[in-house]
Design a protein around this ligand. Structure first.
Ligand code: ADP
Length: 622
């Protein structure tokens, strides 16, 4: 087939444009990315050959770097798996990562797009930071045709048949751009290239040839004693693995000997990758067997709620031809998983005890995923709870449950919690806290979606011996002792006659919204708030289910009003005599409470009209 022209998928074209105009500070990484791709291609070829005996084994797998200073080209070649024509178009012409659109928008709006680009994992397109034109010549393993991809990054590329490569594999040839900026590195310089490879690619397990000599040590970094490896080398390895441009938050080294022998080099990133929450396949641990790469993102090596852990596990005992399907049932994998999990718990515990600031960083990035373990992993729920940190009404610091419990008042019935919308400031302002904080009780403030599930299911998922978790959004959870409750009930009874007409009116005007209206003696400054009835879904749960696309029937709430608030008292007094005015004010009270929950009133225009009317009344209209 003759030359055919294609256009990059629009997201790919946009990313390319960013690369070309990029001031991304670390251009060296284009070479790391190319070598990384070549190394992956060799891994893939090896695995294919293991699976299919028809395919010839690769006798001399290699990566080759060549520089031609006259032609101003730099090439990276491998004799790995190669690409078919369709694969070239698919892999090089599109970006398959989920969330790419959101990412690009964020990068465009950002003051430091170069950092975001790094975080995205720049991949193949990073070549356009340094090259004006790129040629990829490739032949797929088992295929008989060789194709050439050419692009100058301007939004289109061509694919054509070309002279047969003698062996399968890929050559990426970069036609370097003239260096315009002063001080920019010359990537056609032999020592620059050696330097970059030494820094970023030394641990690549395949030989990298440059000027007919192997220039990488090929030592698996996780096999080397920690005392011999510099922090910087570990960090570069982490970056190679994850495409993250930041150093990791922490490193976990495992040297397991006993019933099964394996080594692990794991990292916790310092921030969540941009697609971490959207893309269930991002991240994970790579499995090696005796230094030979087996697979990326081996899900059986680590529980789902620890998927933020990145790195490598290298087993001595597994058979090389192990298949994905049987991994899960493989006893050795289960042992590795348990011991890795234990090690991660241990490292987190150390960090929590010794470096709270670092731990808070970890928690901000990954706490909400980690906490899911409370619901997913019964056996370790207690450990996970002991590693969880929370915001509270006490101060701006994070607290552990143990610390909270040590501050609990002797008469406190359980752990008081309030879960709400993502937004800590809104939660802190919630009137629901007043009865508790005014009596000196501390309340845990929970902003993650999973918190609401933990609260709703606390009886089932929290381990035995845990203190009761009391969700103060519920109208049957109060800060009273039995005596106080009795006294309070009696006082409220005395108010019955005063509030009866208002209760009736409330159910008359908001029959679908309210289960009841309850006067309260403990709302100290706010006139009203919404509480969840004892049955039915909590407001937060209703919100979560809606955002997950579930259809939830409207739930009725309890409107709690302050029996001591002067305006509310006047309102109660006119509930029968001026129903129109009382009705409007009641509606506004209800709508205000909805807003305090971080929601929009059903009828915003009606709300504004009512407030307007009340303002006019208060100020007069002339
Ligand atoms: P990533 O490596 O993160 O997937 P890249 O942009 O670097 O993203 O590469 C896109 C895809 O192109 C790779 O996933 C791979 O399938 C293919 N590819 C790139 N380089 C090679 C190569 N040297 N040999 C075979 N396939 C390659």
């Amino acid at each position: 087939m003759s030359e055919e022209k294609f256009y990059f998928q629009s997201e790919a074209a946009e990313l390319l444009q960013m690369m070309i105009s990029s001031v991304y500070s670390n251009k060296d990484i284009f070479l790391r990315e190319l070598i990384s791709n070549a190394s992956d291609a060799l891994d893939k070829r090896r695995i294919e050959c293991l699976k299919d005996s028809e395919l010839a084994e690769n006798k001399n797998p290699e990566i080759k770097i060549e520089i031609d200073t006259d032609a101003k080209t730099l090439s990276v070649s491998d004799n790995g798996i190669g690409m078919s024509r369709d694969e070239i178009i698919q892999y090089l012409g599109t970006i398959a990562k989920s969330g790419t659109k959101d990412f690009l928008k964020a990068a465009k709006d950002s003051n430091t797009p170069q950092e975001l680009i790094g975080q995205f994992g720049v991949g193949f397109y990073s070549v356009f930071m340094v090259a004006g034109k790129v040629e990829v010549i490739t032949r797929k393993l088992g295929g008989s045709e060789t194709f050439k991809f050419t692009s100058d990054g301007d939004g289109s590329f061509t694919v054509e048949d070309t002279e047969q490569r003698s062996e399968c594999g890929t050559t990426v040839k970069l036609f370097m751009r003239e260096n315009s900026d002063e001080g920019a590195k010359n990537y056609l310089d032999e020592w620059t290239v050696r330097d970059i490879i030494g820094k970023y690619s030394d641990f690549i397990s395949w030989p990298i040839f440059f000027k007919d000599k192997i220039i990488n040590s090929q030592k698996a970094i996780w096999q080397r004693p920690e005392s011999e490896v510099k922090d910087e080398e570990y960090n570069e390895f982490y970056k190679h693995l994850t495409h993250d441009y930041r150093d990791p938050l922490t490193r976990i080294k495992i040297n397991a000997e006993g019933s099964t022998n394996f080594k692990g080099l794991l990292f916790i990133p310092s921030e969540a990758p941009f697609d971490f929450f959207m893309n269930p396949d991002s991240g994970g641990i790579s499995l090696y067997i005796n230094r030979v790469f087996i697979m990326n993102d081996c899900k059986d090596l680590i529980p789902q709620y620890m998927k933020f852990v990145r790195g490598v596990i290298d087993s001595e005992d597994l058979p090389l031809n192990i298949s994905r399907e049987i991994l899960q049932d493989e006893p050795i994998i289960r042992i590795i998983r348990r011991s890795t999990q234990r090690k991660v718990f241990g490292e987190l515990k150390k960090m929590l005890e010794n470096d709270r600031e670092k731990y808070a960083k970890f928690w901000t990035a990954f706490g909400r995923v980690f906490k899911e373990g409370i619901a997913q992993d019964h056996e370790n729920a207690k450990t996970i709870l002991s590693l969880a940190i929370f915001r509270t009404t006490l101060n701006d610091e994070w607290t552990t449950l143990e610390e909270y419990e040590s501050r609990m008042k002797p008469d406190q019935k359980g752990i008081y919690c309030l879960a709400g919308n993502d937004n800590i400031t809104a939660l802190e302002a919630s009137p629901k806290l007043e009865p508790f904080t005014s009596k000196g009780y501390e309340v845990l403030l929970m902003t993650d979606p999973i918190d609401e599930f933990i609260l709703a299911q606390a009886d089932f998922i929290l381990p035995e011996g845990s203190k009761d978790w009391l969700n103060i959004a519920r109208d049957d959870v109060t800060p009273y002792s039995d005596d106080e409750k009795k006294a309070n009930d009696e006082k409220l009874k005395e108010l019955d006659a005063e509030f009866e007409p208002l209760k009736k009116l409330a159910l008359e005007i908001l029959p679908d919204k309210l289960e009841s209206l309850k006067p309260s003696l403990t709302l100290t400054t706010s006139p009203a708030c919404l509480r969840d009835g004892a049955g039915g879904l909590s407001l937060q749960m209703e919100r979560l289910m809606r955002s997950a696309g579930r259809i939830v029937p409207p739930q009725k709430r309890v409107l709690e009003i302050s029996a001591t608030h002067p305006a509310v008292k006047k309102l109660a007094a006119i509930a029968e005599t001026d129903k129109d005015m009382a009705g409007d004010i009641l509606r506004v009270l209800y709508e205000q409470s909805v807003i305090l929950e971080g929601e929009m009133p059903d009828d915003p225009a009606g709300f504004v009209k009512r407030v307007d009317k009340l303002m006019t009344l208060a100020l007069g209209d002339g």
